[in-house]
Design a protein around this ligand. Sequence first.
Ligand SMILES: Cc1ncc(C[n+]2csc(CCOP(=O)(O)OP(=O)(O)O)c2C)c(N)n1
Ligand SMILES: CC(=O)[C@@H](O)[C@H](O)COP(=O)(O)O
Ligand SMILES: [Mg+2]
Length: 635
Amino acid sequence: MTRFPTLDRISGPSDMKGLSLGDLRRLADELREELIESVSKTGGHLGSSLGVVELTVALHALFDAPRDKIIWDVGHQCYPHKILTGRRDRMLTLRQKDGLSGFTKRAESDFDPFGAAHSSTSISAALGFAQGRELGMPVGDTVAVIGDGAITAGMAYEAMNHAGHLKTRMFVILNDNDMSIAPAVGALQASLNTLTGPLAAFRSLAEGMESALPGPMREGARRARALVSGLPGGGTLFEELGFDYVGPIDGHDMGQLMTTLRAVRARARGPVLIHCVTVKGKGYAPAERADDKYHGVAKFDVATGQQAKSKSNAPSYTSVFAERLATTAAKDPRIVAITAAMPGGTGLDVMASRFPKRVYDVGIAEQHGVTFAAGLAAAGMRPFCAIYSSFLQRGYDQIVHDVALQNLPVRFAIDRAGLVGQDGATHAGAFDVGFLANLPNMTVMAAGDEAELCHMIATAAAHDSGPIAFRYPRGEGLGVEMPQEGQVLEIGRGRVLRQGKDAALLSFGAHLGEVLKAADLLALEGIEVSVADARFAKPLDTALIDRLIDDHPSLVTVEQGSTGGFGALVLHHLAATGQLEKGRAIRTLTLPDRFIDQASPAEMYAEAGLTAADIANTVKLTLSRRKTGAIVRLA
Ligand SMILES: Cc1ncc(C[n+]2csc(CCOP(=O)(O)OP(=O)(O)O)c2C)c(N)n1
Ligand SMILES: CC(=O)[C@@H](O)[C@H](O)COP(=O)(O)O
Ligand SMILES: [Mg+2]
């Protein structure tokens, strides 16, 4: 006797058409149980997926994917969608090497019309598909499912404004669970709450009475309501943007979902926003009880909800940043901090607990966050803008135009620099050195270990001559001794950790651990290498680089970043100063010029060719090229 008889009958959405309401309800219940069990074995974004189980069933029962395009914003809530669209048998490979992505991904399935993971892109993509349909492409209806967190990003309004202008038939489903990763912030959230709170009853009563009035009187009544509601059209912000607004409806009530979606599909001429109220973590008590609603979980025990803990006892870089920034802020009242909806992930919740008025959560609004920090700096404050490397990409023009060009003292604390593991290519912090170090006025640092991070926080706090950025990776440090106080570093000065005559290894950032392991491997073969930590990509420690080139037959640079980063800057310096003519063997070890799919960080760095053995082999290769007589056996 199978536990999931209804789910077992579903090999794809076509098997869901015509199911009775009872069957759909049973399917949702079974899907939720399967989801909890599966994610307990893999970890992942459980809370968000639990919140859209009924919505996912209703959408696939009514719409005709893959011709109809269902686009999940962020895509972290797409696990029920993946189970219903032929990937149920691969769910235990979720977020693992060669397994299912943790987000929607075009290459993975025809039922994933658009890749995601960075938020707030779904409405733009859905409008693009809808316009493709209008221009004759084989596209049916388009549905963007966007959360109340994701809809705080400006991009969502750009898209709605355009959709309202074009009057294109498309559907936006606002999944309102009053949560981002942390509780949702922003004035819009308050406005949504008036639509879903006690005032909602007044609104729907007023609408009902208006609809009974003859035309001119109905318009008069609506205008009267406008005076009461404060919005010109008497409607919601969405209606002012040209959308029909439907809702709020209970996003867990299969009957309401099916009735509403069926009706809007039958009647819609232009863009429609359906406001769905859901519960993040719905149907799993430990998730519903948790502050973060189990937004992102490790493997866990289903019976207790107890999550597996990470094994390492070295402090995580994030926890070091969190604690040291808070203590630094205690000494300088000008220090404030900005997060874009990631107070927990960045560790700013620690400073917020001590100085709640000096930490700003701007919502998922990195562009605004950067220029808001610029404004704070121009006012005389000392803002720390703590944004993950890949999300900082969202605020790049603001960094160039509002911070660097005006030479404002904004500090960028760039967490998740380098490869992050299970979140895969979309979250890889691969490009920040390349896009920051080419900016005039910018100072760019990278912590070689957690003690260095302490020094870089102190250095950033003291640095008043323009913008400064320091990057550090997801996960634990090297377990080095921690300083009582961070020391202010001399700008543009690196450090030498080991001396050796045969070759030089110049590390930038947190791959230093692997570089030291490579030096140990080489020593076992009688090859003595120098190891230096550059600390700065801008300004470079050119004196250190010149010494390394003069004193060694070969130089290998190593970084957790893309090809246009630290190594490129070193080569540019050597070329610009004519030192390439010295005939030294030089290599730059970087991330490859391709995206690397999710795996463990170690597996990803192995795929990138950045293991200690890879580094050691590269040194040996340079030596073999120089026929220095050193015994070279490539591993
Ligand atoms: C540009 C960008 N910034 C930050 C994030 C990190 N992030 C992922 S999900 C999320 C919260 C999303 O909230 P919501 O849209 O309400 O979805 P829910 O988890 O509540 O279903 C955030 C901040 C991201 N993915 N993309
Ligand atoms: C979906 C999303 O973008 C975030 O939840 C992200 O996965 C958080 O990453 P960390 O787990 O590294 O904080
Ligand atoms: Mg939400």
